[in-house]
Ligand binder design. Structure first.
Ligand code: BGC
Length: 747
């Protein structure tokens, strides 16, 4: 319940209660439905209970191999209490009617869907949006997505996806916030706040689902669904913090992951779910499996058959089986045989029913299916404007060198002849990104149409040149002709939306198809070329970096991708995005991330026996935290408030940042630390803070951060989470690779 609401209702009755309510209610407080849940539970048969533990896809969208044709009959029989991949107010209202009018106990259905980066109006892919380093913006995208989706019959989004990913071969890197746990934790929590607000029953919010628990992003060799194996220290230090932060922010559900961890599939892992999630973190919301992952414990080689798999999942405290039908078909027998206790079943059903009460579904099962509201919300002006704003703030300017003595970007609006070339210049579905779910490509504004609007006086010579997939070069000539007539060439190249995302790992992350060849041909004409890279992952673009003067990394930015990009190209918005993922020089460097260890033989060019490659540098093409602006910033006077701090004491870190260019601009000021000696070795840099500031030309600002010993904690050799005394370095700068440094001691 929203505190405000409670206060108003009670005010009519008693003044003392008003004060109590103001004092006691935390930011996120729900009414206690224990009595209602217990009363309902006591009436349920075992089959009905198992029905509440079952989630099936409707016939609408499918994201996996199994489709249950009988889902309507299952709902009617009380054998299925939850549906996903069904949306629109009308469709869901009709399904809900079956549950609340035709079943014995009239328990409403819960409707889930992958509202990942927007519902109908699509915002930038999460990896892109994270490059804004703007928590308010990220929270707002989630809030607006919830508003749009909650009017279309949905209660529950399968997001945020907070899997740390350090291997860009893995296609699902697009869905997360990159490589860093500190940033991932803050962003995961912001999304939960955005989706859920402060009141699950608010018809403008969605219940969040933190996924994929756990460490799904660490798939070996970046191949989706592959094995994950790492030390428990690394799991806790690097991979778990974002899940934990999202749960602490109030996330009401968690999804298991497809991968195994330490030999045990996550969906059957007592360690991950019962020990870490339930006992250590006190999570009492719903645990749902990923798509069919209960049954997948059979090919994993962990379960003998479906019945065994169901027992492993239920006994590891899974509450809901997504799509494998294993609970539905086997759990009754497992209970009868004593393999799963009635208490285990009751606990799971309690958790599911409780969320249905908290969502307000027992008060009004149709409260999220409102066709009038749906019409007003979908593609509202506010959403479209936010999509544009989020888009431009997600763009990372990778390179901007002079061409004929002058920086190529921003382009002058007086440019007369512009060639627009490449397969992504007019690709409405691709710019929506890999998980655009029900996003409507007919509303997507492409780069071609945005360019026509941005520079109506210019002549645009447009040619796709090639596709993102095939090696066919038959379109090259038309593209070269277009380029020959232009004063400047804008090329939009990269990946289509199917080339990243789920089940879309790539072993070569260069430009796919004939795009590299097209780019090289165009380059030979000697024209000024700006490349706009649209992709769901970092691409290996070394040749481009060496030869092309201006590179704009525009990811997949959603419905308003086109205008967001032209805003940057023509200087209506000064780019401020900073990478949240390292760009490798080649695939052989992967995994490469900024917070690596030093090793016992750190790189030394003059010593063969140091840690390096013979054929490529150790450094990335573009480091974490990197991104250019049309202005420049100078960092100076980095100071700490004292050279030594004690445990529990505060250290102020201060730096001066000056805008030394000739336009206003935003800068993400980043703070990293290094623990020089530990009972276990520590990374060379760890992000511990950032601030996004806005400076006018010539303006300076003193930026202050506060660190405490708590910020320096890690899992020690004895697996205690604490800071150790010793010497530290603090680094502050505009990228992980360009920093000032100062030291201090923790005593
Ligand atoms: C994905 C999940 C998603 C689910 C439901 C699975 O294949 O891994 O992220 O939420 O499908 O669509």
């Amino acid at each position: 319940m929203r505190p405000g609401k409670t206060i108003v209702t009670i005010m009519k009755n008693k003044l003392t209660l008003i004060l109590l309510t103001i004092w006691v209610l935390p930011a996120f407080a729900q009414k206690d439905y224990t009595k209602e849940v217990e009363a309902l539970l006591s009436k349920m048969t075992l089959e009905e209970k198992i029905g509440q533990m079952t989630l099936y896809t409707s016939g609408w969208d499918v994201t996996g191999p199994t489709l249950n044709e009988n889902y309507k009959a299952d709902i009617r029989a009380g054998r299925c209490g939850n549906i996903f991949n069904a949306h629109t107010a009308k469709y869901n209202r009709d399904l809900q009617r079956i549950a609340v009018e035709e079943t014995r106990l009239k328990i409403p259905l819960l409707f889930g869907y992958d509202v990942i980066h927007g519902h109908k109006t699509i915002y930038p892919i999460p990896l892109a949006e994270a490059c804004s380093w703007d928590l308010e913006l990220i929270e707002k995208s989630a809030r607006l997505s919830a508003r749009e989706a909650a009017a279309s019959g949905l209660h529950w989004t399968f997001n945020p996806m907070v899997d740390i990913a350090r291997d860009p071969r893995w296609g699902r890197i697009a869905e997360g916030t990159g490589e860093d746990p500190f940033l991932g934790a803050l962003m995961g929590a912001a999304k939960v706040r955005g989706y859920q607000g402060t009141d699950l029953s608010d018809p403008y919010t969605l219940m969040a689902c933190v996924k994929h628990f756990a460490a799904y992003g660490a798939a070996q060799a970046g191949r989706d669904y592959h094995t994950v194996d790492m030390s428990e220290r690394e799991l806790r230090q690097t991979y778990l913090p974002p899940y934990k932060a999202a749960i602490d922010a109030g996330a009401a559900s968690v999804m298991t992951s497809f991968n195994e961890y330490d030999g045990v599939p996550a969906t059957g892992s007592k360690f991950l779910m019962d020990k870490v999630l339930r006992q250590e973190w006190g999570f009492d919301g719903i645990i749902v499996t990923d798509y069919g992952s209960v049954a997948e414990m059979i090919p994993h080689g962990f379960a003998v058959n479906g019945k065994h798999a169901g027992e492993l999942a239920a006994n590891a405290t899974v509450d809901m089986d997504m799509q494998s039908g294993v609970f539905q078909n086997n759990l009754k027998q497992s209970v009868e045989e004593g393999k799963v206790s009635m208490k285990t079943i009751d606990d799971a059903v309690r958790r599911v029913l409780l969320k249905k009460f908290e969502l307000g579904l027992f008060d009004d099962p149709y409260r999220y299916s409102n066709e009038e509201r749906e019409k007003q919300e979908v593609f509202s002006d506010e959403m479209m404007q936010h999509a544009r704003d989020a888009g431009r703030k997600s763009i990372v300017l990778l390179k901007n060198e002079p061409f004929n003595g002058q920086k190529l970007l921003p382009l002058a609006k007086t440019t007369r002849n512009i060639a627009l070339i490449g397969p992504l210049t007019e690709a409405p579905e691709d710019i929506l990104g890999s998980w655009h779910a029900s996003g409507d490509a007919s509303k997507a504004v492409t780069l071609l149409s945005a360019l026509q609007q941005a520079v109506p006086g210019a002549k645009i010579f447009h040619a796709q040149g090639c596709s993102t997939e095939s090696d066919d070069r038959s379109g090259f000539e038309a593209a070269l002709n277009a380029a020959r007539q232009a004063d400047v060439v804008i090329m939009a190249v990269g990946e289509n939306y199917r080339q990243n995302g789920e089940a879309a790992s790539r072993s070569d992350i260069g430009l796919p198809g004939a795009q590299q060849a097209l780019l090289e041909e165009i380059y030979k004409l000697g024209k000024p070329v700006v490349v706009v890279v649209m992709a769901g992952r970092p691409l290996t673009i070394g040749w481009m970096d060496e030869n092309i003067p201006a590179i704009v990394n525009a990811w997949h930015l959603g419905t308003m991708a086109g205008p967001a990009i032209t805003d940057v190209l023509f200087g209506d918005y000064n780019p401020s995005g900073k990478l949240v993922i390292t760009f490798p020089r080649n695939v052989g460097q992967i995994p490469i991330f900024y917070s690596m260890k030093n090793t016992g033989r750190p790189f030394n060019a003059n010593d063969k026996y140091t840690s390096k490659y013979l054929d490529v540098a150790n450094t990335p093409l573009y480091p974490f935290g990197y991104g250019l602006s049309y202005t420049s910033f100078k960092y100076s006077d980095l100071k700490v408030s004292k050279p030594v701090i004690g445990f529990g004491e505060k250290l102020q870190v201060e730096v001066t940042v000056k805008n030394t260019g000739d336009r206003a601009g935003e800068e993400v000021v980043q703070l990293y630390t290094r623990d020089l000696v530990g009972s276990v070795t520590r990374p060379v840099k760890e992000l511990k803070g950032f601030q996004k500031i806005n400076l006018k030309p010539g303006e300076s600002e003193k930026v202050t951060f506060t660190l405490t010993s708590d910020d320096l904690r890690f899992y020690t050799q004895a697996m205690e989470y604490k800071a150790e005394p010793g010497d530290f370095k603090v680094f502050v700068g505009g990228s992980s690779a360009d920093v000032l440094e100062v030291g201090f001691e923790l005593k």
